[in-house]
Design a protein around this ligand. Structure first.
Ligand code: MG
Length: 256
């Protein structure tokens, strides 16, 4: 069952979404060569606490994984796709690309968004990967309208990335969001137009293309959280939470 949010619920989502965007902006301001990822995590955690919210990922458990996720942010560098663990031993270097994923909970509702930032000057190849992944997200959002289907949304991502030679992460997907961080439906980054459930007004969705330069295969590191590309190629990840309306979707986490 996909939950439908009323105006009061959407107001709560907006409140959570604003804190998510504030946290992303704060991290953006602190990204530079030489900074370690735990420092970024602690800055975001403080902002979230000062806003009256709590981090959504910290303490998150997955059946079969012994250790809860320890960070406020998922920080994934270069070949890391998602769920990288912040650490004082991970220091950003000039030329890296770093995905920052933020989730918060406030007043019983969640917000979730991600952005892949360049660290200093990056290669043209990495520049192109970021651009295409971001375009995938914007295209997916542009088709996420009342009456469209999840297949339309996935197809918008796949049909933009694949012809340009990029791989799509197929094992991980976007998701519904609201009173739970992850709700139905799953939102794959591939699909057949017209297939899948039909989008209805009041659905709130976290759409998050994960795109890589290499082969479409990922694996999980020994820490049991960090997902990396199997061939060591680069990956990028952009995410926004939206609400389906009678018109253009409302972007709940409007980072730019
Ligand atoms: Mg998400």
């Amino acid at each position: 069952m996909v939950s439908i949010k009323n105006e009061k619920d959407i107001e709560c989502l907006r409140k959570a979404g604003k804190i998510v965007v504030d946290a992303l902006n704060l991290v953006r301001d602190n990204i530079r060569p030489g900074v370690d990822t735990l420092t970024l995590d602690m800055k975001a955690e403080k902002l979230i606490a000062d806003s009256g919210a709590r981090p959504a990922f910290k303490g998150y458990t997955v059946p079969g994984v012994p250790k809860p996720f320890p960070g406020t942010l998922c920080i994934s560098i270069n070949d890391e796709v998602v769920h990288g663990i912040p650490s004082e031993d991970r220091v950003l270097e000039e030329g890296d690309i770093v995905s920052i994923d933020v989730g918060v909970r406030i007043d019983g509702f969640y917000g979730d968004a991600a952005y892949t930032f360049p660290v200093g000057r990056i290669s043209p190849e990495r520049e192109a990967l970021l651009k295409v992944t971001r375009e995938c997200l914007e295209r997916a959002i542009s088709v996420a309208r009342e009456g469209a289907t999840l297949g339309d949304v996935g197809h918008a991502v796949e049909s933009w990335a694949a012809p340009r030679g990029y791989g799509i992460v197929r094992n991980y997907a976007g998701h519904g969001i609201g009173r739970n961080l992850h709700e139905a439906p799953q939102i794959p980054n591939f699909g057949v137009p017209g297939r899948g459930i039909t989008l209805k007004k009041g659905m709130s969705l976290a759409i998050e293309p994960m795109i890589m330069t290499g082969k479409e295969e990922v694996r999980t590191l020994k820490d049991r959280w960090t997902v990396v590309t199997a061939d060591g190629s680069d990956a990028a990840h952009f995410e926004k939470t939206i609400v389906i309306t009678g018109n253009d979707p409302e972007v709940i986490t409007p980072w730019e």
